[in-house]
Design a protein around this ligand. Structure first.
Ligand SMILES: [Cu+2]
Length: 100
């Protein structure tokens, strides 16, 4: 019974997993992350310059984020998701979504 309860807690934690990426000095940090399906990724712009978080295939995109603005996106399915900043296309990042 105790084991079942622990398992349920684990599932709950996984369903609400969240990770953060900073947008800083014209770069996404960390530039590359690996998360489990269902993870919410929260980007925060720490620059004085506006940036966007835009999927290469345009499946998701933020507005132009001002300083301290956040953008969040939940990755439901496994895959490799490249993204960039539309205002500074040299800024790129990638989210690997892998079932564990
Ligand atoms: Cu930018």
């Amino acid at each position: 019974m105790k084991l079942l309860f622990a398992t349920a807690l684990l599932f709950t934690a996984a369903a609400h997993a969240e990770t953060t990426v900073a947008i800083e000095k014209f770069a996404f940090t960390p530039q590359e992350i690996t998360v489990a399906p269902g993870t919410k990724v929260v980007w925060t712009n720490k620059d004085e310059t506006p940036h966007t978080v835009t999927a290469k295939d345009k499946t998701f995109t933020s507005k132009a984020l001002d300083t301290d603005d956040k953008y969040e996106y939940t990755f439901a399915n496994a895959g490799d998701f490249s993204y960039f900043c539309t205002l500074h296309p040299f800024m790129t990042g990638i989210v690997h979504v892998r079932a564990k």
